[in-house]
Design a protein around this ligand. Structure first.
Ligand code: NAD
Length: 272
């Protein structure tokens, strides 16, 4: 399936997601909520899946009211393949298919590597990496069956390029792996007209980051994060919408010939 040449289309047409269906995991709050908001503003219908089902539903109601788009919130646990399959089926049954799938759900608990248990490791891998794989596989199966292509967007991190921490060995490993998975998806799914891209944000203050800092007020983590902030060449920390706008670029036809890349959203940090 060849990607169209869209040179003659206007910018407004290229960024328009009207008629598209997007699924965003972990979208009740944080980056997933900001991404859902921009997708909805661009005209997409959005299914927000989150382990916090009430939060997903509340966010869907809030964003539907502010954008006028069709948003639905529902429960998903990305550790469970059956749960991911049910999320995808909801989008297909209620909205007619899946055009855009964002594997955003992720966790970043901190544990010193010497104290890290097998269970600590497996928990983070099950959500951040296996959940990204199973989400991609389920979305791609639906996209291939429908035959209209699609876009899969995965959340990596600057921790997908180098180590950050302390206490994030499992997280850093999963975010490196997400970049490799994204490249593999691009290669294998490209012939079906499916693009795969990853985002690598720097530290963005979300509900999850705020809670993590509060939990680790006395550890070296907050101090390490504060030191990191000072280093950003653009001189400010990111906000969730900084990532959401790049996600919209990836989801839209503006990025039609891009697949396999991981886009840094890092205020220049990784250029240092
Ligand atoms: N915030 C940052 O600084 C930052 C930087 C780089 C990458 N990221 C990545 O961006 C993504 C979102 O991060 P955030 O800061 O917005 O997090 P957050 O904690 O604020 O939100 C994550 C959401 O995922 C949901 N979730 C957790 N486990 C789940 C599961 N098993 N199934 C379904 N949903 C689940 C949570 O309920 C929550 O609503 C993560 O993959 C994270 O690794 C974040």
């Amino acid at each position: 399936m060849a990607i169209a040449d869209v040179s003659s289309r206007s910018i407004a047409e290229l960024i328009d997601l009207t008629g598209k269906v997007a699924v965003v995991t972990g979208g009740a709050q944080g980056l997933g909520k900001a991404i859902s908001r921009r997708f909805a503003e661009a005209g997409a219908s959005v299914v927000i899946g989150d382990i916090n089902a009430e939060g997903a539903q509340a966010t869907a109601r809030e964003l539907a009211a502010s954008t006028g788009a069709d948003l639905r919130g529902t429960s998903v646990d990305v550790r469970q393949t059956a749960s991911i399959d049910a999320l995808a089926q909801k989008a297909v049954d209620e909205l007619g298919g899946i055009d855009i799938w964002v594997n955003n759900a992720g966790v970043y608990p901190t544990t010193d590597v010497l104290a890290m248990t097998d269970a600590d490791w497996d928990d983070v891998v099950a959500i951040n990496l296996r959940g990204t794989f199973t989400g991609s596989r389920t979305a791609a199966r639906h996209m291939v069956e429908r035959g209209q292509g699609g876009v899969i967007i995965n959340l990596s991190s600057i921790a997908g390029f180098r180590a950050f921490g302390p206490g994030l060995a499992h997280y850093t490993a999963t975010k490196h792996a997400v970049r490799g998975l994204t490249m593999s998806l691009a290669v294998e799914l490209g012939p079906h007209g499916i693009r795969a891209l990853a985002l690598a944000p720097t530290l963005i203050v979300t509900e999850g980051i705020a809670a993590s800092r509060a939990d680790h007020e006395d550890s070296g983590l907050a101090a390490a994060q504060d030191a990191l902030v000072q280093q950003h060449p653009l001189g400010r920390l990111g906000v969730p919408d900084d990532v959401a706008r790049v996600a919209l670029f990836c989801a839209s036809d503006l990025s039609l010939l891009m697949s396999g890349s991981t886009l840094l959203v890092d205020a220049g940090l990784m250029a240092l």
